[in-house]
Design a binder for this molecule. Structure first.
Ligand code: ADE
Length: 313
């Protein structure tokens, strides 16, 4: 891996970029809508302290076969310096609708839209998780675990096609190589699988993929809570917001998810909808306490496909 911040000066300001509007601020830095001469783009600005995240994310985007419909498209990166500060920029395609989380706060979804968002999101996750072999080693795509999967990291395109973003914590698994794992308890507390909350340490490739699938179950549940299938739709809430509010501590999440084995509530009205009722078992099989019992992304994708073909309301 080369350190892009040490690239020769031509990479600096090689992008003729103008920041337009601050879209989000988080623990990682901030995201801006920006203008390139011929398109809008998103610029994620990392403070210099978060260089590792910026470098890891670029490293993941630069892997072979990472241009896929349901993965956010990377455009470029640069190190920006002025006299006082250094900023690390990561430039991607811009999607006006923003994240799935923001969308669900402001909108409900029909059954058909739920199926489309759910399928395109799980297609992205299945693609990320899958290896694409190649006789030419350097052109193979390794399996990748996201490790911070959540509705804020799923973006929606104009037609509600989902794409997965934010690879700052992602891990790649190159066959025959070990992977660098410094700190297994990472990600967003609210979306942490029980084994992560417990602080289990012996994770291999498949255990990391199963941790993503737990979070995927929570995101599909979020979609279901905003689906106008049957009965009234309540306001949007994050998973476990009803149980632990907006700023849960690690300990509160441990008690809830590990000790009490609580999962987000299944609305009784879903049982009356031909599609939602069949989706219940799928989300439950994603967030199973037993990691080995969880469905794979490919399997969830297939089930959503069957459901969308068979249920038209
Ligand atoms: N928020 C975070 N990343 C974004 C992007 N690429 N487009 C729109 N909103 C975003």
């Amino acid at each position: 891996t080369v350190d892009p911040s040490l690239a020769p000066t031509p990479s600096q300001s090689s992008l003729n970029l103008q920041l337009l509007e601050l879209k989000a601020k988080g623990r990682y830095g901030s995201v801006w809508k920006a203008q390139l001469p011929d398109q809008y783009v998103a610029v994620k600005i990392f403070p210099l302290q978060d260089k590792q995240s910026w470098m890891s994310e670029i490293d993941i985007y630069n892997l072979p076969h990472m241009k896929q419909e349901n993965i956010l498209h990377f455009i470029g990166s640069e190190r920006r310096e002025d006299t006082l500060t250094t900023e690390l920029w990561l430039v991607t395609e811009f999607h006006e609708k923003g994240s799935l989380c923001d969308y669900l706060k402001a909108n409900t979804v029909t059954w058909a839209q739920l199926c489309h968002i759910g399928q395109t999101m799980t297609r992205g996750l299945a693609y990320l998780h899958d290896e694409i072999p190649s006789p030419i080693h350097s052109q193979a795509k390794p399996a990748i675990a996201h490790r911070d999967f959540k509705s804020k990291n799923v973006l929606l395109k104009q037609d509600l096609t989902a794409c997965i973003a934010d690879f700052g914590l992602a891990l790649k698994f190159e066959p025959g190589k070990g992977f660098n794992e410094t700190h297994p308890q990472v990600g967003t507390r609210r979306y942490m699988a029980p084994e992560v909350l417990e602080g289990a340490i012996c994770f291999n490739r498949d255990s990391f993929l199963r941790i993503d699938m737990y979070a995927c179950g929570l995101v599909i549940w979020e979609l279901m809570t905003r689906c106008t299938g049957d009965g009234p739709v309540k306001e949007y809430h994050l998973p476990f917001e009803a149980e632990v509010g907006l700023q849960p501590t690690l300990e509160e999440m441990q008690t809830l998810v590990v000790t009490q084995k609580v999962r987000p509530a299944i609305n009784p009205s879903w049982e009356k909808h031909p599609g939602l009722s069949k989706l219940i078992s799928t989300v439950e099989e994603c967030w199973d306490q037993d990691a080995e019992a969880r469905l794979s992304a490919g399997c969830v994708l297939e089930r959503l496909g069957q459901l969308s073909r068979n249920v038209n309301s």
